[in-house]
Design a protein around this ligand. Structure first.
Ligand code: PMP
Length: 576
């Protein structure tokens, strides 16, 4: 199949539903640009994980319904069938990345586990004090923290590579950093924030010239373009199935056979041994099983093979072409909007766009878009050193997949424009009443909040109400926003100050740099202010948020941190 039929591709994803028609109408008619599409769902957080096609979902179900058995262990028919499918999947991955042998394909639970495996086996044994590990500043934490731990244990030194103006690893800088002490070079083929393909061929060649091991993070690459590990000639290549339409909990560590042979096992247990005895040394299994202790994610691995088949069926070149159109369209539309900041030159190579909106907190933009049914990501994207390098506290990231459409991008842009310019009549009208309420200055309690929310239908309207509530929060002074008052666990900044009067009643003041969090703080403080420690401990916050229709805001996801705020209030009052 050469030309890419996006509708046909998209139809394979049940979660995406069929709202593309209404989004299409919105994009084409534009009779009322302030009219949001009811029940819209536009998923633009594919860099975090992609949605799953029917073949992957069905594969899971078929495995558990028809041939669930453990692999490599039994002589019965079911186990033989499961083992055959499991090993066939390994073969499919081998072909997909053009590895030489299935011995070079190790199943992990994701890219993260792959880094930890290498750091704790090979790397641990080759590093001496003073040896150097080179990583780039744009790496995901999964390709930073294992090396930091390792460097500490082995007294090795981490050297950090900067970026050029396009946001790619700076090759000139690399030439200056690399030397005979360099033992390991690890970098991503594509940054999960900047979406630029790094010059890894040159990096690998130069690393080889000094005898350093090369480890390539392919997590963001494999879904978007073909990868050939033999052509790259890297020592290791790692990725996760869930970012390429496959299941979560499955990843691949590719390693050159000779290196894998030389490495000690990572985890120990069943499956990774040939012989265990108390009288003789334990003999480990051959590759790849030496690195696969315990029962693997059998259903996931088999379903992953379906995801690979699915990508192949639609063809990488056709997918790339469609994604190229999405990149151009989205980049151009964003660039034409006022107050949008990009951090590097030129458009990205994969459909991942990072930006900030001047005058707006990232979290406010992301949650406002969420109220229009659009899922994008805000925060540090597990790349805090990159944020520091770019002098950002965080940013927004739109990451597209091959099922996204031009109409979805237009809808996203129209909603973003509406949020930025404040063209939302209800917000303007209600603004006046919010000001009046503010003047009344009566302390809100949880019943007031419930009365206010109980009749509001839909997340879009509730979101609007939260934004109005944000105006009622009395802001903290700069001196109150101390390190001590800072609440950890929020991606935006949030502070909490508690006081207690002579009757042992607690009063809280809080603040945040994100408007949405300020609104949510009003809701949380209404539940706890003016109460004793006992009343605070006994208050059922989940029931309260469920009644308000805001349960999703209490999720332990690090996104908005409301849970962290509640936990801090409960912890502060626990000793009373
Ligand atoms: N590297 C990159 C570039 C990533 O984007 C991610 C996931 N966001 C990871 C590594 C870690 O992948 P996983 O969480 O699936 O282990």
């Amino acid at each position: 199949m050469n030309s890419f039929d996006v509708e046909k591709f998209r139809q394979q994803f049940p979660l995406l539903g069929n709202n593309s028609q209404s989004i299409k109408r919105h994009a084409h008619e534009q009779t009322n640009p302030t009219q949001e599409v009811s029940n819209a769902f536009v998923y633009l957080d594919n860099g975090a994980t992609t949605q799953k096609p029917n073949c992957v979902i069905d594969s899971h179900q078929t495995f558990y319904q028809e041939y669930n058995a453990n692999v490599h262990r039994a002589s019965h028919v079911l186990s033989a069938k499961a083992t055959a499918a499991f090993e066939q999947a390994r073969d499919n991955v081998k072909d997909y990345i053009n590895a030489k042998s299935i011995k070079e394909i190790i199943w992990t639970k994701g890219a993260t586990e792959g880094f930890n495996l290498i750091a704790n086996t090979l790397a641990h044994h080759i590093l001496s004090p003073g040896d150097e590990i080179i990583i780039s500043v744009s790496e995901h934490h999964a390709n930073i923290v294992p090396w930091q731990l390792l460097a500490k244990q082995s007294s090795a030194i981490i050297k950090v590579l900067g970026l050029d103006e396009d946001g790619r690893i700076d090759l000139n800088g690399f030439e200056k950093l690399i030397n005979n002490k360099t033992k390991i070079v690890c970098c991503a083929q594509v940054s999960n924030v900047l979406g630029k393909v790094n010059p890894i061929e040159a990096i690998i060649a130069q690393a080889k010239a000094v005898g350093a091991i090369t480890i390539i993070d392919g997590a963001q690459a494999v879904a978007h373009f073909p990868v050939d590990v033999q052509a790259l000639d890297c020592d290791f290549y790692l990725f996760s199935a869930h970012k390429m339409y496959g299941p979560t909990g499955v990843g691949v560590l590719y390693g050159k056979q000779a290196l894998l042979e030389s490495m000690p096992p990572y985890q120990a247990g069943g499956e990774m041994i040939k012989k265990v005895s108390f009288n003789q040394p334990t003999i480990f299994a051959d590759l790849p099983f030496k690195f696969e202790a315990g029962t693997p994610n059998i259903a996931g691995v088999i379903a992953f093979a379906q995801a690979i088949q699915f990508i192949k069926q639609f063809s990488h070149s056709a997918i790339m072409k469609h994604e190229g159109v999405l990149i151009q369209h989205c980049s151009r539309a964003l660039a034409q909007m006022p107050n949008i900041n990009f951090f590097v030159n030129n458009v990205p190579d994969i459909p991942v766009l990072a930006f900030t909106v001047e005058g707006h907190h990232n979290h406010d933009i992301a949650s406002a878009l969420d109220s229009f049914g659009i899922a994008i990501r805000s925060g540090h994207h597990c790349a805090m050193p990159l944020m520091e390098y770019l002098s950002l506290s965080g940013c927004l990231r739109v990451s597209m997949a091959a099922y996204n459409t031009i109409e979805e991008i237009d809808y996203f842009i129209a909603c973003l424009e509406k949020i930025i310019t404040g063209v939302d009549r209800n917000i303007v009208v209600n603004d006046v009443s919010a000001k009046k309420n503010l003047q009344q200055r009566r302390q809100l309690n949880s019943d007031d909040i419930i009365k206010q929310f109980i009749h509001i239908a839909g997340w879009h309207n509730r979101h609007r109400e939260i934004m109005l509530l944000s105006k009622k929060l009395r802001r903290l002074t700069n001196s109150d926003r101390s390190e001590q008052a800072l609440i950890h666990g929020c991606e935006s900044l949030a502070w909490l100050v508690a006081t207690q009067d002579e009757d042992k009643i607690f009063y809280f003041q809080a603040d945040s740099d994100a408007r949405i969090i300020r609104g949510l703080l009003v809701i949380v403080l209404a539940a706890f202010n003016g109460k004793t420690a006992g009343q605070i401990q006994n208050f059922d916050i989940e029931e309260y948020f469920a009644t308000l229709g805001l349960m999703q805001q209490l999720s332990p996801s690090r996104g908005n941190g409301v849970l962290a705020i509640v936990e801090k209030i409960k912890a502060l009052t626990l000793t009373e």
